[in-house]
Design a protein around this ligand. Structure first.
Ligand code: IMP
Ligand code: MG
Length: 197
């Protein structure tokens, strides 16, 4: 039998390399702490977790399972990036919520707070819909890149200005399935070619 060609640990694409930054154990530990903190802040309330597709799916699903008591879920999708790794500043809702958030205690869950344009836009439209409480939870925060004045109530990890992948975060739809968070390094020839992120 011919030997199967094995994928590298990160399944990295030609010209790309992922250097682990936050291993899965640390991510897991931090998600548990955030879940606990959310319950301390809202001890009795049913909580409505709203995830931003697709980057927030793993963070949201781990968080939801770690929060005790009544929890419901919903998702929305936005497009915020153009054909570059730099945000265009244009945010558009491409999938709206299934149910109203009026009167609910809402935790808006996002993978990363980068320039802040996405969460600034979402916070504005969510506030107009009159939730009882609105809080923002992000797995990662890159404060050096901030343009919009947005504050997250729950932050997993504050990281330097590096392009990261894994635990839901992608580069051209790749690497979302990595169990931890890593820094994406591109070989110099690939650098000019970044497309969808
Ligand atoms: P913001 O509107 O600039 O805060 O961008 C937030 C969105 O940009 C996130 O939801 C991610 O989809 C994407 N993003 C920002 N930084 C990274 C990164 O380092 N890796 C992968 N996606 C990123
Ligand atoms: Mg995203």
């Amino acid at each position: 039998m011919p030997k199967k060609k094995s994928l590298s640990r990160t399944g990295s694409h030609p010209g790309e390399k992922v250097r682990m930054m936050i291993p899965k154990g640390r991510v897991h530990q931090r998600v548990m702490q955030i879940a606990k903190q959310i319950r301390v802040d809202f001890p009795e309330e049913p909580l409505h977790l709203v995830g931003v597709l697709k980057g927030a799916v793993f963070f949201l699903s781990d968080l939801a399972r770690a929060i005790h008591g009544e929890v419901s879920l919903d998702f929305l999708a936005v497009s915020s990036y153009g054909k570059d790794t730099k945000t265009s500043g244009q945010v558009k809702l491409t999938k709206d919520l299934d149910v109203s958030i009026e009167g609910r205690t809402v935790i808006l869950v996002e993978d990363i707070l980068d320039t802040g344009m996405t969460l600034q836009y979402l916070r504005r439209i969510f506030e107009q819909r009159k939730p009882k409480h609105l809080r923002i939870a992000v797995l990662l925060d890159k404060p050096e890149r901030r343009i919009a004045d947005v504050h997250a109530d729950y932050v997993g990890f504050t990281i330097p200005n590096e392009f990261v992948v894994g635990f839901g975060l992608d580069y051209a739809e790749r690497y979302r399935n990595l169990p931890g968070v890593g820094i994406l390094a591109l070989k110099p020839t690939e650098k000019g070619k970044r497309s969808e992120v």
